[in-house]
Design a protein around this ligand. Structure first.
Ligand SMILES: [Cu+2]
Length: 218
C-alpha cells in the first residue's frame, strides 16, 4: 500500500533544473506491530543503468559480524572484505553466485575482493562462524540510499521519468515497491510499507555440512 504525491518546488538542493528527487518513508511492521527501528533499509530505483563506481565498496568483518549487514553496490563494482578482527580468521563465501575467498587473518596486505556483475541480492556467509551473514544488493545504478531510523530516505539528482522504486529489508521476504514519476526541478514524495517475517539466516557451510559438525581452529 503506498501513496504517491508530487511536491514541486521544494528542497531545491535535491533537484536541479534538469533532475528531480524522491523523498520517501518506509513504514515497517514486525509481527503485527510497528518496528522499533526502520534504519538500514535500502531504497533504490530501477529502470535505468549507470556505470559502476571505480571506488571499491567494503563489507567488513568486525566483532564477528558483517558490517553493514546490507550493502548496496552497482553492477560491476568491486567489494573488498577486510577482516578487522585480530583474534580470528574469517572467510567469505556465497552459494549463488558460487564463490569462496578462502580463510584469512587481519593485517596481511590488501583484503580479498570480488566483482559483482549480476543484479540481485547475494547472500554472503563465513565458513567459520555460522552467525555471520550479510546481503549484498547488486543494483543497476547508484540511485540508492539507506533509510533513517524513522524510515525516511532521499534519492537526489534523478533523471526525469517513471521508475520502479523498491525498499529492500533483509527480514522482509518481498521488497516494497511503488512506481514513482520524477519531474525536473521537483521532489516526488512516496510512502511504502513492508512487513518483517524472516528472522533466521541459518544456512549450510560452503561444502554443504552443518556448522556444528565441523571443527576449526580460529
Ligand atoms: Cu567469520
Amino acid at each position: 500500500m503506498f501513496l504517491l504525491l508530487l511536491a514541486p518546488g521544494c528542497a531545491p538542493a535535491m533537484a536541479t533544473g534538469t533532475t528531480g528527487a524522491v523523498s520517501g518513508r518506509v513504514s515497517v511492521t514486525e509481527k503485527g506491530q510497528p518496528a522499533a527501528s526502520a534504519t538500514g533499509i535500502v531504497a533504490y530505483l530501477v529502470g535505468f543503468s549507470a556505470p559502476a563506481p571505480k571506488a571499491h565498496a567494503a563489507l567488513s568483518q568486525q566483532n564477528h559480524k558483517y558490517v553493514p549487514p546490507l550493502l548496496p553496490v552497482v553492477v560491476g563494482q568491486t567489494v573488498d572484505f577486510p577482516n578487522l578482527d585480530y583474534d580470528t580468521s574469517h572467510n567469505v563465501f556465497s552459494l549463488d553466485p558460487r564463490f569462496n575467498l578462502g580463510q584469512y587473518r587481519a593485517g596481511h596486505g590488501d583484503p580479498p575482493s570480488h566483482v559483482f556483475d549480476t543484479p540481485g541480492p547475494v547472500e554472503i556467509y563465513c565458513d567459520i562462524h555460522p552467525d555471520m551473514a550479510a546481503t549484498i544488493l547488486v543494483l543497476p545504478n547508484a540511485s540508492f540510499a539507506y533509510t533513517n531510523a524513522d524510515g525516511t530516505f532521499t534519492l537526489s539528482n534523478i533523471a526525469p521519468g517513471t521508475w520502479d522504486l523498491f525498499a529492500y529489508d533483509r527480514s522482509a521476504v518481498v521488497p516494497a515497491h511503488a512506481k514513482v514519476t520524477v519531474t525536473a526541478g521537483a521532489v516526488a514524495t512516496v510512502s511504502l510499507s513492508l512487513d518483517r517475517t524472516r528472522f533466521s539466516f541459518d544456512h549450510k557451510t560452503w561444502d554443504g555440512q552443518d556448522y556444528a559438525t565441523r571443527h576449526y581452529v580460529p
